[in-house]
Design a protein around this ligand. Structure first.
Ligand code: SIN
Length: 279
């Protein structure tokens, strides 16, 4: 009999306890799947995942997306290194965003495992994009339901984002891969492929503009959405501990890695799982 327990967190996500991710039973996996679909973010504490355990757990969810832009783990290319060295100024993911919206089939989500944590700081904040959508007025919801948005990675990972590349000491960025990417268009409000719920799907890192609108015309409405979404009641501020694992759904959440531990080292291992086209 499984002792798996799911506790809803106030802003975003749920904490799952009573399960060892190295040996998940079929019944436990079904409960985790259900919770993932409902909450969009699952936090597991006190896990002891090796690199291979991490890969095996990720493979239960779908095909692993080998990251084109991040440094890969030296023995396991499926694992992207999310590292900030003491002398680096800029971290990976230091602003609200959702990963891979620049892909035609955006990744389902990522499983992030804490490997080395700073003594203080280095939290990750998560925002519930179902609640972000639900909190808007009926009028604005109607407008957004009729819109699609253009996304891109070229300004971040391509040669146009060279400053970013340099700022992270070359640990992120791959201009050759990024410069040739075509820009996909996704609905601004997506019907989530697992839950069927409506989720706001724009983000300040990768969304360029609304389809058929100029960037200048799009900017005020996008800015309003970026201000409204991460309201206190939609956000969970997660403090990592050794053994913590976070599994987020890119189609239902944003995340933000705080960069407040200058001079200390932080190393996280991230595996991203392939997703599907969004409608
Ligand atoms: C990211 O994947 O954006 C980084 C998350 C983190 O380091 O907490």
């Amino acid at each position: 009999m499984s002792s798996l327990t799911i506790n809803t967190l106030q802003g975003c996500g749920a904490e799952v306890s009573g399960v060892d991710l190295r040996q998940v039973t079929e019944n436990e996996f079904e409960q985790i799947q259900q919770a993932f679909s409902e909450h969009g973010l699952l936090i597991f504490l006190g896990q002891e995942l090796s690199e291979l355990d991490h890969i095996h757990f990720a493979e239960k969810w779908g095909k692993i997306n080998v990251n084109r832009f991040f440094t890969a783990h030296e023995n396991h290319p499926q694992i992207a290194m999310v590292t900030k060295e003491p002398e680096q100024d800029v971290n990976i993911g230091g602003g609200w965003h959702t990963d891979h919206s620049y892909d035609f089939e955006p990744a389902l989500g990522s499983i992030l495992v804490a490997k080395e944590l700073p003594a203080t700081g280095g939290d990750t904040w998560f925002c519930n994009m179902y609640k972000a959508y639900d909190g808007l007025s009926d009028g604005l919801k109607q407008t957004l339901l009729g819109l699609r948005a253009v996304h891109s990675a070229r300004h971040v990972f391509g040669s146009a984002g060279a400053d970013y590349d340099k700022a992270t000491s070359g640990r992120i960025g791959n201009s050759d891969a990024a410069d040739v990417l075509a820009d996909p268009v996704h609905p601004v409000v997506v019907k989530h492929p697992l839950s069927g719920k409506l989720s706001l799907y724009v983000n300040s890192a990768f969304t360029l503009r609304f389809e058929g609108w100029t960037a200048e015309e799009s900017a005020p409405l996008l800015a309003y959405l970026y201000e409204q979404a991460p309201r206190e009641e939609n956000v969970t501020k997660f403090k990592w501990q050794p053994g913590s694992v976070a599994f987020w759904d890119n189609r239902a959440t944003w995340h933000y890695a705080l960069n407040d531990y200058q001079g200390q080292r932080r190393e996280m291992h991230r595996i991203t799982i392939e997703g599907c086209a969004l409608g």
